[in-house]
Design a protein around this ligand. Structure first.
Ligand SMILES: [Mg+2]
Length: 337
């Protein structure tokens, strides 16, 4: 069977893709440094597709992000950057009439977008806001959170509440800090309800991006399964998981159906290399390039070691196709590394 199928048909990840959307931290840069091969690979991708960048971080403007990316050598305009405040304002406009008073909890990255959309920004519940919009900024403190709680009240019939994102952590040069999710959670604990969320893994930020870039066959590159890949899957966008950021082999092997990417790359050079197709052989054996893995009962067996990347791709396919949870399987430890 496999004999008559083309192996390594030469398909590349970006074949037929018109818009490449990329997450930032863990994909383009880590801290202050560009991730090896990311900039050259994205610049090359820009020769055949439109490039856009998606960030949940609400504390910086699109121009600030674009400026940082230009500093790495990417050709980026502010309009190429989709921020969670932009997606949040899209949600806001669906909830309250144009020009409404809106209580903003956040910094300039959020207030500038809310104001540009024609809403009146207020900072007190006493100003009778029609909605509350909340995003991270380092200066957000108890007073702003309290105003949000007063404005939202504790009843079920309160005004709309929109969060730019609910990331629990925020990567900083000194380590992980509490993210917007922790600040939203503080308000949630006080008022007893949850906000609408614009950022990954929710779909508004992807909808904002596909609408703005008029994408027909977009692809999204991320480094976290629970936000990036889950979000792209929910939005119906093909997804690439790159192993230069947060989630690695262990998380991939254990990923639930909603968090499984279409492609797995070691770094972004893989965008331009042939992507080996998984071939199913006798007894459910999966061959990916030079690696082969099979399931024997509940034991995952390496048939051919191959390259570490192809081995991971093949093992993911075997485990994902088994329909069994990872803890129900006997998985060789070297697959996790
Ligand atoms: Mg990331």
């Amino acid at each position: 069977m496999a004999l008559f199928r083309m192996r390594n048909s030469g398909r590349r990840v970006l074949d037929d893709v018109d818009v490449v959307l990329a997450d930032l931290d863990g994909v383009v840069y880590k801290g202050a440094d560009a991730i090896p091969h990311a900039v050259e690979s994205l610049n090359r991708a820009a020769q055949g597709a439109r490039l856009g960048y998606i960030t949940n971080n609400a504390s910086r403007t699109d121009e600030a992000v674009a400026g940082q990316l230009r500093g790495f050598g990417l050709d980026v305009a502010a309009s190429d950057v989709v921020t969670s405040p932009q997606a949040a304002v899209r949600l806001l406009a669906q909830q309250v009439p144009a020009g409404s008073r809106v209580l903003v909890v956040g910094g300039e990255g959020l207030t500038s977008v809310v104001a540009a959309a024609g809403f009146q920004i207020v900072d007190s519940a006493d100003d009778d806001p029609a909605a509350v919009i909340q995003g991270f900024a380092p200066e957000v403190g108890w007073s702003q959170l309290a105003e949000a709680a007063y404005a939202l009240g504790t009843g079920d019939d309160g005004i709309p509440w929109i969060a730019t994102n609910t990331d629990w952590t925020l990567p900083t040069s000194r380590g992980l800090a509490p993210g917007n999710g922790t600040l939203v959670s503080a308000v949630h604990t006080a008022v007893g309800r949850l906000p609408l969320v614009a950022g990954k893994p929710e779909t508004p930020i992807f909808e904002e991006a596909t609408a703005r870039f008029r994408a027909k066959h977009p692809i999204f590159i991320g480094d976290r399964l629970d936000t990036d890949i889950a979000g792209a899957n929910r939005a119906g966008i093909a997804s690439v998981h790159v192993l230069t950021g947060v989630d690695g082999a262990k998380q991939l092997l254990a990923a639930g159906p909603e968090e499984r990417p279409d492609f797995i790359l070691e770094d972004l050079r893989g965008l331009h290399e042939p992507y080996p197709e998984a071939e199913e052989g006798r007894g459910g054996q999966i061959t990916v390039g030079d690696a082969a893995v099979r399931l024997n009962g509940h034991r995952v067996e390496v048939v051919r070691e191959g390259s570490p990347l192809n081995l991971l791709r093949a093992a993911c396919r075997v485990i994902w196709d088994s329909g069994l949870a990872i803890y129900a399987l006997d998985v060789p430890e070297r697959l996790y590394r």
